[in-house]
Design a protein around this ligand. Structure first.
Ligand code: IMP
Ligand code: MG
Length: 189
């Protein structure tokens, strides 16, 4: 057992900005295995195209795709909805678009966290216009009660409260994406 296996482990180099461990590394990996198994069953006849929403979903995508036992394909989009602050601007900018054609594909959007729902709402409309055969969402985190736009989410890893969180892909000012657990952020944004 390493320090990282302990639910109370806090990365020393980040400790002054981090509150409690909200989702431990072990809990993340266990839940992602379950999601992968479910996706494997539900998409058995139609392996999906996984669309990772950069940058926040990069850790989740990396683990999720290896938990799916199907010949999936992957692609990446980069969107920016936050400036340097911890509240959504409501404005979504496409920073990098997909490389592949979505026509007739079963597309599964892999997203880190759904907060107001504005980002996902925009992405759904944007990608839905390209005639995929199906378009669903797998979100690692759902902030309970925070949605300004109601979302139908096919897969959700964890439902959490409204606190701002970092780690496992999630950042504040581009930092803390490389933590292997999810923490509440208590520093200055
Ligand atoms: P929404 O458009 O308000 O749903 O926000 C979605 C995007 O905001 C996510 O894809 C994240 O990039 C970012 N975000 C929302 N909440 C958090 C958080 O607690 N930590 C880090 N990023 C967040
Ligand atoms: Mg994001």
């Amino acid at each position: 057992m390493t320090a990282h296996d302990s639910p109370d482990f806090t990365a020393h180099w980040a400790a002054h900005d981090l509150g409690d461990v909200l989702v431990s590394a072990n809990a993340l990996q266990a839940r992602i295995k379950e999601l992968g198994a479910q996706i494997t069953r539900e998409y058995a006849d139609n392996p999906p195209l996984l669309v990772c929403v950069l940058k926040g979903a990069v850790n989740f995508m990396s683990d999720l795709m290896r938990a799916i036992e199907l010949p999936v394909e992957i692609d990446f989009m980069a969107v920016s909805s936050y400036g340097a602050a911890t509240k959504t601007s409501g404005v979504v900018r496409i920073v990098k678009d997909l490389d592949v054609d979505l026509a007739n594909r079963d597309v599964l959007i892999v997203e880190d966290v759904v907060d107001s729902g504005l980002t996902l709402n925009y992405l759904r409309q944007y990608l839905g216009a390209r005639n995929p055969r199906s378009l669903h969402v797998c979100a690692l985190l759902l902030k309970e009660g925070e949605q300004r736009i109601e979302q139908e989410l096919k897969y959700v890893g964890f439902t959490i409260g409204g606190d701002f969180v970092v780690g496992y892909g999630l950042d504040v000012n581009e930092r803390y994406r490389n933590l292997d657990a999810i923490y509440t952020f208590v520093g200055e944004a």
